[in-house]
Design a protein around this ligand. Structure first.
Ligand SMILES: C[S@@+](CC[C@H](N)C(=O)[O-])C[C@H]1O[C@@H](n2cnc3c(N)ncnc32)[C@H](O)[C@@H]1O
Length: 435
């Protein structure tokens, strides 16, 4: 009999590695529909994330037994998933990984089941030798060499801990909808039932320890909570939306920040949420509807093109720029393999155009906030420095009065990089003020 759990892992991995799907979305869709026990869902999550995260190391191992690894073949996915379990997970018996992987191969690629069996048996015979092989950084942390070089050049003091943090999944954090209930009252009301933990030092952030499916829960359906990382919450709080503010969120989908900005202002500012993709605008609308927020207007708008209608209209403009996403590798490990160095160069031109246009929308004395979820100074500090060289009417405003709780961050003259950790992803925030 085929063990569905491992079969499903292979299907999900194939969707991500060969189909270009996002691991977090594919996995969530699968887990929401699945009736597996909690412990099995945890194992699926572990195998999927781990296999993607350590793909380079695993492929290095496989190359010792397979002359030319066919990257797009399903048998390669079966082998990768099995090697991950055999090398990195110590609680699963080797024979069950071997037998079940061969069963999965019989189902998905019958003519390759002997090959899968042979490769895995060879690995098990030579495992000690291979695992004891002298490690390079690439092999140990499973990052491509250009990414290791980038982290080493740019974050030389802590680039190893950075890679370690990016190789661990961070816990899911939520925010309480402060438009309808305070965090204190929320915890008093639901704390015991849903095993809610306060995240100290943050206005509205909580963790939920209960094992229920949160998106089906009354907390979610009744507008009390949203999933949002701490760094993103922090960015909205630093933006400090107040009643009657006109705020343009230029790259707004799926709407995490627009909706939190609305909640923080008690739904009393005017938010103009834009994105270049209409199907992604729908995601913002759905969130706002679920959270019963009325202060958001929606526009399909390409932020790289100047929109005359927005000029001098906003008290605050948020540019949560499209970026290389290196700070969210802990949540989407496939970014390790889907990005290349030329993507990083291309995105800079887009970011430059967006920040320039955004600056035109800010009223005198207003705020321009630039954020990314990447750890690449060329998309972060260097964009700000480039912008300031020709826009002397803007200055960086220090974020001194904001407390970052237990987040590990670096502040370079007001340009703040938050590093990834077990509670959040990597993030960059700079607040500029127009004179
Ligand atoms: C980092 S995400 C924004 C996340 C969002 N602010 C949130 O908190 O949920 C970047 C967004 O920029 C959008 N985008 C990409 N290119 C754009 C462009 N030229 N103009 C406007 N939006 C763009 C993408 O569709 C994506 O939704």
């Amino acid at each position: 009999m085929i063990n569905n759990l491992r079969y499903d892992c292979v299907i999900i991995l194939n969707n991500v590695l060969n189909g270009g799907a996002y691991s977090n979305i594919t996995l969530k869709d699968y887990l929401d529909k699945s009736d597996l026990k909690y412990i099995d869902k945890k194992l699926v999550t572990e195998i999927v994330y781990g296999t993607i995260r350590y793909k380079l190391t695993i492929d290095g191992i496989l190359s010792k037994f397979v002359k030319k690894l066919d990257q797009n073949d399903i048998s390669t996915i079966i082998l990768r998933s099995a090697i991950y379990q055999l090398k990195y997970l110590d609680k699963i018996p080797e024979y069950s990984v071997l037998n079940e992987s061969v069963e999965v191969a019989k189902k998905l690629c019958r003519n390759k089941s002997g090959f899968v069996n042979g490769v895995l048996r060879s690995y098990l015979r030579n495992k000690k030798l291979i695992d004891g092989y002298k490690n390079t950084l690439q092999y140990e942390y499973s990052f491509s060499s250009w990414m290791i070089k980038l982290f080493k050049d740019q974050y030389s003091k802590n680039y190893i801990s950075l890679m370690e943090a990016l190789n661990k999944r961070s816990e899911t954090c939520y925010r309480v909808n402060s438009k309808i209930i305070s965090k204190k009252d929320f915890i008093e009301k639901f704390g015991d039932e849903f095993k809610i933990e306060d995240i100290d030092g943050f206005k509205n952030a909580i963790k939920i320890k209960s094992l229920i499916n949160i998106s089906q829960s009354e907390l979610y359906k009744n507008s009390f909570i949203s999933v949002q990382g701490l760094s993103s919450q922090v960015a909205c709080e630093i933006l400090n939306p107040i009643e009657d503010d006109v705020i343009i969120d230029l790259c707004a989908a799926p709407g995490g920040k627009s909706t939190y900005i609305a909640e923080l202002s008690k739904d009393k500012c005017k938010i103009i949420s834009c994105d270049v993709y209409d199907h992604r605008i729908e995601l913002i609308k759905n969130s706002a509807r679920r959270l019963k927020l009325n202060s958001i207007d929606y526009f399909i708008n390409d932020a790289t093109i100047l929109n005359e209608k927005f000029i001098d209209k906003a008290d605050k403009v948020l540019v949560d720029a499209p970026c290389s996403g290196l700070g969210v590798i802990n949540k989407k490990p496939e970014i390790k393999w889907f990005k290349n160095i030329s993507d990083l160069k291309e995105i800079i031109n887009i970011q430059r155009k967006i920040i320039l246009n955004a600056s035109r929308y800010v009223k005198s004395s207003g705020v321009l906030m630039y954020t990314t979820c990447t750890l690449n100074k060329n998309e972060n500090e260097e964009i700000i420095k480039w912008f300031l060289r020709s826009n002397s009417d803007f200055v960086v405003e220090e974020i001194e009065d904001y407390h970052f709780g237990n987040l590990y961050f670096e502040n370079e003259n007001g340009m703040v990089t938050i590093f990834p950790s077990e509670v959040n992803n990597g993030f960059f925030i700079t607040k500029l003020r127009k004179n």
